[in-house]
Write a protein that binds this ligand. Sequence first.
Ligand code: AHG
Ligand code: MN
Ligand code: MN
Length: 372
Amino acid sequence: MNKIVTIERHIFEQQKHYPGATGTFTSLLYDLALAAKLISRETNRAGLANILGATEGQNVYGERQQKLDMFADEIIFKMNDHTGRLCAMASEEHDDILTIPPHYDTGKYVLLYDPLDGSSNIDVNVSIGTIWAIFRKVTSGAQGTMEDMLQPGHQLAAAGYIIYGSSTMMVYSTGQGVHGFTLDTSVGEFLLSHPDIRIPNQHKYYSVNHSYEKYWYPGVRRYVKWLQGLYGEGGKPLGNRYIGSLVADFHRNLLQGGVYLYPGDTRDEKGYQGKLRLTFEAQALAFIARQAGGYASDGAGDILDIKPHNLHQRVPLFIGNRDLVLKAEEFIRDNDKEWLDLYLPFRNGEDPTPKMNQTKNGKKKKKRAVVN
Ligand code: AHG
Ligand code: MN
Ligand code: MN
């Protein structure tokens, strides 16, 4: 019989790699695993319980919030507000930092999370996820501040995701490789099922929402043609898979090889910034990709090097096999000067949005599709 490793045992054994570890971090990861079990239970019951459908509320991006989003958001907060391990949290569903209630102790970590990723897929029984990231506190004082939240991804202490799919899995890294656990619902334990995940060298899939092609910049369009074997050396086409839940798309490509992209585009005046969130989605997955031998870029450079300037900042994302992502950067460098001119100042902390909107006479520019 093989060794049975629960997530608790694995986290505990990992702790031995960190001399001087107090166990705080270990407990924090375990709290997240417990939150994952609760969200998983609600996700599985979603078709039965009366918690489906959109609520009245919209989140800070003007998107409809689903009820399960709110449940997941609250569970993660409640599992972590009283433990004395965190000094603040931030969720994709809230504008501001979530502070630790004053009657509880605070600790030395901050947690950022996307409680329910792929929420448009809830009602149609398609895989969804949760993404989380943990930084060490860098400021003094008991409460965490925005400075603690806005750290470049290479400073992450840990990151992970949970996928609620045909089974529920938790995949995480503390900088010692990437490990995946599958929830055995009969005993309620996450068991180690995917030790030391490495992204395979073969390129099996590319994942992109093709319906936005009319808005893509020429380099991105050529890159996708290249992935299809229609441009350049004319290689074998990769399979196309797009679920529309980042966690699920990323997870598949991590296990099978390939690339996921959500580029900056021209759909509106902020399209060049991409859609996904740097702090709540991209940093964590970039950290995991890197730990699994892959790479994540915004098209201009390493996602992990970007210092966020806003909690809800968006970012273009190219993530997967290192060589495929480097190829995307090459296409963009060679073709998309227009995008780079807009995007690089934003990447460096300026907000140049108004520039794109204005013509020389000060009139608003119309939306346009790039045709090449
Ligand atoms: P969320 O549900 O947390 O708002 O994230 C949705 C994201 C991501 O999961 C997915 O890959 C992407 O939005 C899909 O966007 P499109 O529908 O524009 O392709
Ligand atoms: Mn999301
Ligand atoms: Mn979400």
